[in-house]
Write a protein that binds this ligand. Structure first.
Ligand code: ZN
Length: 101
């Protein structure tokens, strides 16, 4: 009978994978020249990462958040989720570890 990973094991590997993906993205960003970065920013700025429609900026708890009214998605800039939700216990500790604060 195949062994099923425990939740702790699955979470560990998911974290390791996220950390690896973060490092790859940071490396890719460092290697991209400024002209390419500006071109990508112009192309994608305030467009929904899920459906591609234009997003709108709304204010919640004095924090401006990008909202896609086409698909309902929300986009939080770095640190905005913590400001809106408050600093919950383990959730943000895990997020900081994975996302690298
Ligand atoms: Zn959308």
């Amino acid at each position: 009978m195949p062994l099923k990973p425990t939740n702790a094991e699955a979470e560990y590997f998911a974290r390791e994978e996220a950390i690896k993906l973060r490092k790859l993205a940071q490396k890719s960003c460092r290697e991209m020249n400024a002209e390419e970065q500006e071109k990508l920013k112009k192309l994608h700025y305030l467009h929904c990462p899920k459906c591609g429609m234009e997003m709108n900026t709304i204010q919640i708890n004095a924090v401006e958040i990008d909202k896609c009214f086409a698909c309902g998605g929300l986009y939080f800039d770095d640190g905005e989720l913590e400001k809106v939700a408050g600093r919950a216990s383990s959730f943000f500790q895990v997020m900081e570890e994975v996302l690298g604060k």
